[in-house]
Design a binder for this molecule. Structure first.
Ligand SMILES: [Zn+2]
Length: 309
């Protein structure tokens, strides 16, 4: 965009929009997995349908990182996501972190998930996101395995400290992994500073809990020029009854359960007046930021076939 006036972004319903400084072009992403606290193991299906409706209302298209297990259980959901113009991407098969899987485990999971997702979506599935953003300094071996599984890009790095996972020394803008035999583009989680911390403030839990003033300040300090948001079906599942999550205390379980209406409202505000396009359609933008040449025509067409399916 040339200089002049900033784009007009309508305000949220409460008259205060914390996202005024977020660029007009962004990407909505979601990780499609069951909520461990849901004993039925089925609520993510209806909650994903609600997310799809939210995107349709907003005229937005996004990237859905889907677990292979979910795709095997509900192939219709994968077909529906693809048919509604979104990119189908892989979130691995069983939602175990990379350090638990190890190279052989990841090889098996990534291959199985990608084949399943390709089969049900009819899309090429260029994208991969490690469960828990678990591509860290200890699991950098995973980049080669993800590339060998046929993925063109990964969205698996949280380049900050202070989280269960995180890779604080990784670049905060898109970068290419140095690999012997293949190429893999990494699109790390966008961060912004809040006091001494760097937080993935456009993620579901942060949209739920951060005060609007903090969100607005952080939106003006977005690090890395490629903006994207992420959430899970349970982040907007406002009807789910409270249950204690396995392995968690009452307080942590309540934290995971409460305030979901906030995520819904804030996602709406974030998408209003902006254009959301799948990551697969932003690969040349990300590659340029990583210092890589544009994709060859064939691979670019393959990556963007998601949008046309
Ligand atoms: Zn996940």
């Amino acid at each position: 965009m040339s200089g002049g006036n900033p784009p007009m972004i309508p305000r949220a319903g409460n008259g205060f929009c914390p996202f005024v400084a977020i660029p007009p072009r962004l990407t909505f992403t979601a990780d499609i997995e069951p909520n461990p606290a849901d004993p039925t193991g089925r609520r993510h299906l209806a909650a994903t349908a609600a997310l799809l409706d939210l995107l349709e209302e907003s005229g937005a298209r996004g990237t859905f990182f889907i677990l292979g297990e979910v795709a095997e259980d509900a192939p219709w959901l994968v077909r529906d996501i693809a048919a509604r113009g979104h990119e189908v991407a892989s979130h691995g098969h069983t939602h175990r972190p990379l350090e638990t899987l190890g190279p052989a485990g990841l090889r098996a999971e990534a291959g199985r998930a990608r084949a399943t997702l390709q089969h049900h979506s009819g899309q090429p599935v260029p994208g991969f996101r490690a469960p828990f953003f678990s591509l860290t300094a200890r699991t950098e071996w995973a980049a080669a395995v993800i590339a060998e599984a046929g993925h063109a890009y990964s969205s698996s790095v949280l380049p900050a400290r202070g989280f269960g996972h995180g890779h604080p020394t990784a670049p905060r803008r898109p970068f290419a992994w140095t690999l012997d035999r293949a190429e893999l583009l990494e699109i790390p989680v966008p961060l912004a500073r809040l006091g001494p911390a760097r937080l993935p403030f456009l993620g579901g839990m942060y949209l739920r809990y951060l005060p609007a003033w903090d969100l607005r300040a952080m939106a003006g300090r977005l690090e890395g020029p490629l903006a994207w948001t992420y959430c899970h079906p349970y982040d907007i599942d406002v009807e789910e009854p409270f249950r204690r999550a396995p392995g968690l205390g009452l307080l942590s379980s309540a934290f995971l359960w409460a305030n979901r209406r906030n995520t819904l409202h804030r996602l709406r505000a974030l998408l209003r007046g902006r254009t959301s396009v799948p990551l697969a359609e932003r690969l040349d933008e990300a590659r340029a930021l990583a210092g890589l040449p544009p994709q060859s025509k064939g691979s670019a067409e393959e990556a963007t076939a998601a949008a046309d399916w």
